[in-house]
Design a protein around this ligand. Structure first.
Ligand SMILES: *[C@@H]1O[C@H](CO)[C@@H](O)[C@H](O)[C@H]1NC(C)=O
Length: 186
């Protein structure tokens, strides 16, 4: 009886341990917080950038969707040149990058605390593919503050790419800025 009890007990422990870890793996990426647009706004230094709307709440994320061989993402346009959209040199190498070079910034979870820095990813979109180097983070974990130019946090599924990426994918110039893509680690 004693033996039966301890076996059952160990079995149950194992059972809970296994199911728990499976659940953790299957967990979706949930927001980790909220930032609010501050009043007054109008601090965005670039006219065509969207400022946080005063009082509006924005979700922040430290995670991104799980990476697979066809990770779904949203491609946006960025300049990594000096005086471009980014407010300084790239986080990964402290350098600026020409619009003619295929480079990207990834949402916080995918950027993975610099672990993807200077690694290459394959981007598939518009029936084409291009290899691009990760040089920066698109910060999903913070926003609406001076450091982020009073812009909202990045979504958690963003590949923010230089012009060279858009060109290589053969997207017509008047459609540059937003495209559903998939990507994978090279
Ligand atoms: C990524 O590609 C660039 C350009 O082809 C290359 O210089 C670099 O070494 C590659 N990075 C890695 C980590 O393979």
């Amino acid at each position: 009886m004693e033996c039966f009890f301890s076996n059952t007990f160990i079995f149950l422990l194992l059972f809970f341990f296994l199911t728990n870890s499976l659940c953790i793996k299957a967990q979706k990426c949930h927001p980790n917080g909220i930032v609010k647009g501050k009043s007054p706004s109008g601090h965005c230094s670039h006219e065509n950038d969207l400022c946080c709307v005063p009082g509006k709440k924005y979700h922040t994320y430290k995670c991104s969707p799980l990476v697979s061989s066809h990770t779904k993402a949203y491609l946006t346009l960025n300049s990594f040149e000096k005086g471009g959209d980014g407010d300084g040199p790239s986080t990964c190498d402290g350098k600026y990058h020409s619009d003619e070079t295929p480079v990207v910034a990834l949402s916080t979870g995918w950027f993975n605390t610099k672990r993807r820095c200077l690694h290459n990813i394959t981007i598939n979109g518009n029936g084409q593919s291009v290899v691009a180097m990760v040089v920066d983070e698109c910060d999903s974990s913070k926003g609406c503050d001076a450091k982020h130019n009073y812009q909202p946090p990045c979504a958690n599924n963003i590949v923010d790419a230089s012009m060279a990426v858009w060109k290589a994918l053969g997207v017509p110039r008047n459609q540059w800025g937003g495209l559903d893509i998939t990507w994978s680690d090279v």
